[in-house]
Design a protein around this ligand. Sequence first.
Ligand code: SAH
Ligand code: SF4
Ligand code: F3S
Length: 434
Amino acid sequence: MEKKLKLLTYGCQMNVADSERMAGLLKKIGYTLTDDVQNADLILINTCCVRSTAEEKVFGQIGRFKSLKREKPNLILGVTGCMAQKEGENLIKRAPHVDFVLGTGQSGEIARVVQNLEFERKKFVDTSNVNGEIPHEAFPLRGGKISTFVPIMYGCDNFCTYCIVPHVRGRERSRPTEEILAEVEQSVAEGFKDITLLGQNVNSYACGTFAELLREVDKISGVERLRFMTSHPKDLSDELIAAISGGKHICEHIHLPVQHGSDKILQKMNRGYTVEKYLGLVKKIRAEIPNLSLTTDLIVGFPGESDEDFAETLDFLREVKFDAAFTFIYSKRSGTPAATFKNQIEDEIKHERLNKLMKIQNAISLEKNSAMIGSVVEVLVEGASKTDEKIFTGRTRSNKLILFEHGGENAGDLVDVKISQAQTWLLKGKILTK
Ligand code: SAH
Ligand code: SF4
Ligand code: F3S
């Protein structure tokens, strides 16, 4: 009998990739995806705990399934991912309608866990091996059509003092190059054209250098665009810069989280670089890679952040002029060093600072995008926009979203678009007829 799986994924791209892999494993034991929770025989919530807001969302979602579980006693409800790893059996204590909790290192065992539960209903929790072996073979059931993610490494060894990720994702483990190449080839064969290589810090890829890996993937025919994330500034090599500038399909986009613009805070964060070093790196990259798009992550309200420290971050933003920045309010994560630091910042001040920061960055993003008006960019067509069938969306090589009037193109086509309008988060333009 056909069984239905409803998959809910929270958090970062790594979780998206893990969800696709779990869906692939579950397909082998008869589960096909459904959008409709009412229909599901199995609901999997793949969770994130990077900030408290992420966890609150998950708890809310778990709570919403309580009545459904009562109506459908055969429904299996499982929680996986980073919050599962962090909370373990607490999740079942808090939400007794959850059937199982499986940690991040063991997501490869999902099919076995579900089969056992189909056979015998017994609460099951296993978060014992955060460093569990990465399955060598993957059969991901990929979402999307054009762009997809390929994980190249799992875990993180950096232990930034605010961050829970190393605690819930375990130590860095790199996948052998051949496995990555095989997976990229498989994705291309499925029709994907835009590949993003994933890791918490791709620069510390350990089966050869990351630059070598990028050059290998760049050679695979059918890869139209090659991206990667995330790069830690402390070890972005000259070899990598050269690989990007000499690459064929490697996109001119680097996501380089800086987190803060003051040396005092960077040191307390254990980031391993100074503002000066980061600025030097940006200068070097921009000199080597014309048309580079540079994006970043920033945290406001880290413990001990004074008005002056925050002002340094604003100055820093004005100096670097990122294309876009993802800005976060510091969230205390128990078990991390920063949670015990003195001088935690009040919520009200955190919000004020976030608003100021976003306002300044939004103006910069708009300025950067406006400077592109009149230029012609290569766009990978994604498909019709959600609101208007005649308007299509696509991505520039720099990964900016662009809207244009449809002229008979198909998803996956590469077209030239002349930019006519700019907003903070998107561009608009007209297709040039060839
Ligand atoms: N490995 C990646 C990102 C991991 S988490 C990297 O190092 O860049 C994504 C982003 O969440 C981080 O870059 C950071 O800006 C933010 N983040 C992590 N922990 C946080 C916390 N406790 N509070 C607020 N933001 C946090
Ligand atoms: Fe977290 Fe730092 Fe690792 Fe990124 S590098 S996942 S911010 S500990
Ligand atoms: Fe990603 Fe959230 Fe885990 S950001 S690594 S899903 S804690």
